[in-house]
Design a binder for this molecule. Structure first.
Ligand code: PFF
Length: 435
């Protein structure tokens, strides 16, 4: 069998997992829904969801990956040969194709905006001219396809170099830089005139907005933001040796992801409110609204550049984890070389991305398919498999001595058997508009 590759150690593994988790979901979606659903009250709720549902599922994925040293399909096949549970793996590989095909289109937009920032394209422009930049990009399909191609090329080059010398090195460079840029931008944003209003928008606890819908939003966001439900963390866990403490790693990644999301909000909203702009949802906030602020801010040039470079690192480190899930399957199960897998599958995903580049409606459809159905179903099945199909002994024996205390093991087992499945079923029923 070909060698699958390994992380060089715990730090490389944590940085890579953090890279997967920290992505576009943190920078635009989290700040917006926080403002919409009650500020600090929502942040507390979100932290609760990450701790009670997200981290337990992440730990389950790490555990299954490390135990089997396999891709998602091979992992379930190894644990329960000949059983239908292998469908979790298939769903994961399918989700990898679906999510990356549109995620890379948005990644391409970000690269285009890095280029625009570099070439001083925002300075002195009116809000209408800034909006025209976005519309222009959207109407020139070849431009989007070009940047989609560049984004996929970068992902392919990193993944084709292997686990330690490609994915790990990419994350070792990009994740610390991402934190430095984030802190620099934070420092800047908090000194602008909009800081007080921006912080108030995010932090004023509005308990009355915390209805059941907010709970479901928080749960769905936790799954997407932590890259759960499709075997990404399982695949990353499969390149681990038993020296790494999985419990600590899962907590570290979960809490780091929350932190980036909150800090991103502290950057985005002071800038938005500084100019009395409207906090809008989704890509509009990042690509239409923020550049209006960059156009008028003192030091707008370095700030815009830092912001879009940060965003491109966040998108790229998540994209490589998505490509890796798909590649790992073809390397492990079909005996492809890593080079062949990354180039072939990367090109297939590039082609699959073209319809999303041609029409935002298709992009929204793919996003809805993944976040409303594929990830929640995957997360539910992973929780049920870990909590109810694996025996207590199977769960227990994978943890090394001292890796998890008896008390934490009982808590985790309870969360993964009862809390996570019920929570995910609720998200799903909500998506189906059954309540
Ligand atoms: N966690 C990423 C984000 O917040 O943007 C998105 C993502 C990456 C989802 C990898 C799923 C995944 F497997």
């Amino acid at each position: 069998m070909l060698s699958r590759g390994n992380w060089s150690g715990t730090v490389g593994f944590i940085l890579a997992s953090m890279g997967s988790a920290v992505g576009l979901g943190n920078v635009w979606r989290f700040p917006y829904i926080t403002g919409q659903y009650g500020g600090a009250a929502f942040i507390l709720l979100y932290i609760g969801c990450v701790l009670a549902v997200g981290i337990p599922i992440m730990l389950a994925e790490f555990l299954i990956g490390r135990k089997t040293q396999r891709n998602p399909v091979g992992a379930f096949r190894t644990l329960r040969p000949g059983s239908p549970w292998v469908v979790i793996g298939w769903l994961g590989v399918l989700s990898g194709f679906v999510i990356l095909s549109y995620y890379a289109v948005v990644g391409g937009w970000v690269l285009h905006y890095v280029y625009l920032a570099l070439t001083h394209s925002f300075a002195g422009k009116s809000p209408e001219q800034i909006t025209a930049l976005f519309v222009d990009m959207n109407t020139h399909s070849w431009l989007q396809i070009f940047w989609l191609g560049i984004f996929m090329l970068l992902s392919i080059v990193i993944v084709s170099r292997g686990v330690a010398s490609g994915i790990e090195i990419g994350n070792r460079i990009m994740i610390p830089l991402l934190f430095v840029l984030l802190l620099g931008l934070l420092f800047y944003a908090l000194q602008t005139d909009g800081a007080a209003t921006g912080l108030e928008f995010l932090l004023r606890p509005q308990w009355h907005k915390l209805g059941p819908i907010a709970v479901l939003e928080a749960l769905g966001q936790a799954l997407f933001s932590l890259s759960l439900g499709m075997g990404t963390m399982l695949t990353y866990g499969s390149y681990l040796s038993r020296q790494t403490n999985l419990v600590r790693s899962a907590c570290f990644v979960g809490i780091g992801d929350i932190l980036v999301a909150i800090l991103a909000g502290f950057v985005v909203f002071p800038l938005v409110f500084n100019f009395g702009l409207q906090p809008s949802t989704g890509p509009g906030l990042i690509f239409r609204t923020l550049p209006i602020a960059f156009a008028q801010l003192p030091a707008g040039y370095p700030v815009a550049l830092a912001f879009f470079v940060l965003l491109s690192f966040a998108a790229l480190t998540s994209a490589i984890s998505l490509l890796e899930v798909v590649c790992a399957y073809f390397v492990d199960e079909q005996g492809w070389s890593r080079k062949k897998a990354s180039w072939t599958l990367g090109i297939v995903i590039f082609v699959l991305g073209i319809p999303s580049a041609l029409g935002e409606q298709f992009l929204d459809f793919m996003d809805g398919l993944a976040t409303n159905y594929l990830l929640p179903i995957g997360a539910l099945l992973i929780a049920v498999f870990t909590g109810w199909v694996l025996t207590r002994e199977e769960r227990k024996e994978e943890f090394g001595a001292g890796e998890i205390s008896a008390f934490r093991f009982v808590c985790w087992s309870f969360l993964i058997r009862y809390v996570s499945p019920v929570a995910v079923i609720l998200i799903f029923l909500h998506q189906l508009q059954l309540f």
